[in-house]
Design a protein around this ligand. Structure first.
Ligand SMILES: Nc1nc2c(c(=O)[nH]1)N[C@H]1C(S)=C(S)[C@@H](COP(=O)(O)OP(=O)(O)OC[C@H]3O[C@@H](n4cnc5c(=O)[nH]c(N)nc54)[C@H](O)[C@@H]3O)O[C@H]1N2
Ligand SMILES: Nc1nc2c(c(=O)[nH]1)N[C@H]1C(S)=C(S)[C@@H](COP(=O)(O)OP(=O)(O)OC[C@H]3O[C@@H](n4cnc5c(=O)[nH]c(N)nc54)[C@H](O)[C@@H]3O)O[C@H]1N2
Ligand code: SF4
Ligand SMILES: [Mo]
Length: 730
């Protein structure tokens, strides 16, 4: 039954019968509203049409418009699979870089399938439940862990963390936010008591100045970027800071190409100028913040000339950026992974918070803090408690009062000990302390730093269950693989980067015997002895909303076909709040925390002379499981390329298109070179999407002390021309 009217699309009496459904794009945190039109038997999506959503006004990027066909790809998992006794030992898999083909290719899939046998749902689910239960009973709750998914719905995220907490019995639950904005959230929680954005993207139209740092919106938040560009044309001045020139720099009033990993020095120098020239908002500082003196004290050591030497940005440009912010009436701060994915990511975000606070740029139109959220539901997955330290709504697991409340609601005893983060789980598995895992909708065997170490660690588990839509590099190590629903087959709510909660609904029929993700979570809970029964996802939403103040007024019925921003006082009369914290912060007053510049630990040296940064391209999604199975996207972008500055390429005698061998202290990959002056001399860039040239074989797993996020944006590598014959067969 449909909660809201499906967009009727039937050419009466004509040859073609189609099925049109109003839903969302499954990819990024912008959260574009889409109508997908499928064939009459709902096996295949024919085309997409942008819908008039709050975040997109009918606009779509290439992924929303053409990236839907992964869902009907022939390699979708359709039956439960159990690893054969005779399968190769888990620890002896072919190294990623030696694998002959890419995920979409047939070789890979046909090679792997013989190592698994098909099973009935009862056999597979009983095996998962009994093995996890046996580990819990013999080794204790701490020996089990789960990774949930920011590609799943709020309801799935809520159920997943409930399963780990109430049934596995520990708080060992996390998701990809740890690799993403964990440091931003750590700084925001400390600074203002909330990790969500204060103002929506489209508020940029009302900003005089927008500061865009460590983000590449034209590639990664493309529809949001269109609104940013329009604002720039209408007079909003963009200050863009990046270490690899992003396309949005073309619209910038000021572009600062910064040496990677040196943003703390830049932020401090800007604060220095603002305070020195008295461009701060004294009333705001007095009435709404604490810690201004400590910040003033620290930034005194960072005159622009000092920062200029650290950042390789001219002192005059630093002065100008500071004055633009200090003199504007309304400034918005946007940031991404170039800020958060460093071992000093929390310090980076602290600086941005201080810049906004000392200039009084929060709580008004065209102001505020906006960490651009990545996955379609990473905001919601965090809100729903897929985090080891907190229950839904960021309520601490180690607060006895809160623990009692959840114990009453769920009818079980809960653990007061914060659980392991993604990165800590890998270490615990390696040490043999973590023995069983359930991974749903994540692919850590490609997305975690130093993946060779991760592969060794997870291969040691006594039992691994993976729930995905494809036989991923992670699933390859599983004892049981559960075939799940893709976005296109399910009901549920998703919270975008703007805090807009919107509903998705099924466009396609489930393939083969695949089942709904949410039902599988409940099946495992119930089979482990804790009944998890709900009539539908709307009922799960209600239980989640009851535990989560910011969602308390919402329900599936109230969300309708356009969704609402949270907080929303009354969905019957209000669209929700596009701007929050007008008068105070959840923590009362904002806390300003100073930070000193610390260089990344692994600096370039004679052996590894270049800095490697990793990230994304427009057409591909993370580990490529979806976009590399989309015909249009794979055709436009079939291969990963390493970007290198002409000066460095020239020194190595390498031409555009040459094959390079890239080494770090952890691994090596071979990849073709693309010569471009978008990257700075001395730095190279490798996209994370291509497992045959897997960036994470190279990356450094060291983490930020507060956010526990790895520094994906900085490690030392060497590059040499590769003269070995190519092994690629694609
Ligand atoms: N096409 C596509 N879109 C995506 C995704 C995808 O996989 N593909 N993933 C989604 C997800 S989960 C996320 S988190 C977002 C990420 O979106 P972004 O944050 O835009 O992602 P990245 O490309 O990782 O890197 C951001 C930028 O940081 C810059 N940078 C690197 N180091 C530094 C530094 O030290 N200082 C500064 N100031 N800048 C630096 C890089 O040059 C890059 O332009 O994208 C989302 N959207
Ligand atoms: N080097 C480097 N590494 C990085 C980053 C970087 O910038 N550089 N960025 C980091 C960031 S910001 C992020 S967010 C992470 C992302 O890391 P991951 O979350 O591990 O990456 P995805 O490829 O998005 O994995 C999603 C998985 O879910 C599956 N899936 C999709 N839809 C569904 C569904 O509906 N149900 C189920 N059950 N499964 C589904 C997909 O097939 C895929 O296997 O990567 C991090 N890793
Ligand atoms: S901007 Fe993001 S949500 Fe919108 S269509 Fe593109 S990938 Fe999808
Ligand atoms: Mo992310």
């Amino acid at each position: 039954m449909k909660r809201f009217k499906p967009a009727a699309e039937r050419s009466e009496g004509a040859v073609i019968h189609t099925h049109a459904v109003d839903t969302l794009c499954p990819y990024c945190g912008v959260g574009c509203a889409v109508t997908y039109v499928a064939d009459a038997d709902r096996r295949r999506i024919l085309f997409a049409r942008g819908r008039d959503g709050a975040a997109n006004s009918s606009r779509l990027c290439v992924k929303g418009r053409y990236g839907f066909d992964y869902a009907s790809h022939g390699q979708r998992l359709t039956r439960p699979l159990i690893r054969r006794e005779s399968a190769y030992p888990k620890g002896q898999l072919t190294p990623l870089e030696k694998r002959p083909n890419k995920p979409g290719g047939p070789v890979d899939y046909d090679d792997l399938l013989p190592h698994f046998r098909e099973a009935s749902w009862d056999e597979a689910l009983d095996l998962v439940a009994s093995r996890l239960k046996a580990i819990r009973d013999s080794d204790g709750s701490r020996a089990l862990a789960g990774l949930g998914s920011a590609k799943g719905s709020n309801e799935e995220a809520y159920l997943f963390q409930k399963l780990v907490r109430a049934v596995f019995g520990s708080n060992n639950v996390d998701h990809c936010t740890r690799l993403c904005h964990a440091s931003s959230v750590a700084a925001l929680m400390e600074g203002i008591g909330s990790g969500a954005v204060t103002n929506i993207v489209r508020d940029i139209a009302r900003a005089d100045v927008a500061f865009l740092t460590g983000c590449n919106p034209t590639a990664n938040h493309p529809v949001a970027a269109t609104f940013m560009k329009e604002a720039a044309e209408a007079g909003t001045q963009l200050v863009v800071v990046n270490s690899r020139r992003p396309a949005i720099a073309d619209q910038a009033a000021l572009y600062l190409p910064i040496r990677p990993g040196t943003d703390v020095a830049l932020h401090n120098a800007m604060l220095h100028v603002l305070i020195r020239d008295d461009l701060v908002d004294h009333a705001f500082i007095r009435e709404r913040t604490d810690g201004f003196e400590a910040v003033t004290e620290t930034v005194r050591e960072y005159p622009p000339e000092t920062a200029a030497r650290i950042c390789d940005v001219p002192a005059a440009d630093i002065e100008r950026a500071a004055r633009m912010i200090g003199e504007a009436k309304a400034v918005m701060f946007f940031w991404g992974m170039g800020i958060s994915q460093h071992t000093h990511g929390t310090d980076n975000a602290r600086g941005l918070i201080s810049l906004a606070m000392v200039t009084g740029n929060v709580g008004r139109p065209g102001t505020g803090l906006h960490p651009l959220r990545g996955q379609n539901n990473v905001q919601g997955a965090s809100d729903a408690g897929l985090i080891p330290m907190v229950y839904p709504d960021y309520q601490r697991v180690d607060d006895p009062e809160i623990q009692r409340r959840f114990e009453d609601a769920w009818g079980v005893q809960l653990s007061p000990t914060p659980g392991l983060t993604v990165t800590e789980m890998m270490n615990a598995a390696k040490a043999g302390e973590l023995k069983g895992m359930y991974i749903m909708g994540e692919n850590p065997f490609v997305s975690d730093p130093d993946v060779n170490k991760v592969r060794q660690a997870l291969a040691k588990l006594d039992f691994l269950a993976v729930q995905d839509i494809f036989l991923t590099e992670t699933a390859e190590f599983a004892d049981v693989i559960l075939p799940a629903s893709s976005f296109m087959e399910k009901d549920g709510s998703y919270t975008n980067t703007d805090r807009r909660v919107q509903l998705g609904q099924p466009v396609l029929a489930l393939p083969g015997e695949a089942r709904q993700d949410w039902e599988l979570i409940c099946e495992i809970g119930s089979r482990m002895g804790y009944p998890m029964e709900y009539p539908d996802v709307a009922a799960v939403f209600d239980e989640f909303a009851a535990a989560t103040q910011s969602y308390a007024t919402l329900s599936h019925a109230a969300l309708g076909d356009r969704g609402r921003w949270y907080p929303c006082s009354d969905p019957a009369t209000s669209d929700g709040d596009p701007i929050v914290f007008q008068d105070s912060f959840p923590s009362g007053r904002a806390k300003l925390v100073p930070a000193r510049f610390k260089p990344a630990e692994e600096q370039p040296d004679a052996e590894y002379p270049l800095i490697l940064s990793t990230g994304r391209v427009l057409e591909h999604w993370h580990t490529g499981t979806m976009t590399r199975r989309s015909r249009a996207l794979d055709t436009i972008s079939p291969e990963g390329l390493m970007e290198m500055h002409p000066v460095d390429a020239g020194a190595l005698g390498m031409e555009d298109g040459a094959l390079a061998q890239v080494r770090s202290r952890r691994g090596d990959v071979r990849i073709r070179v693309r010569i471009t002056d978008a990257v700075l001399p001395g730095t190279v860039f490798i996209p994370m999407h291509f497992r045959e040239a897997c960036a994470n074989l190279l990356t450094d797993p060291r983490i930020d002390p507060d956010g526990k996020i790895p520094g994906f944006k900085f490690c030392a590598v060497s590059v040499n021309p590769a003269n070995l014959p190519e092994s690629r067969t694609a």
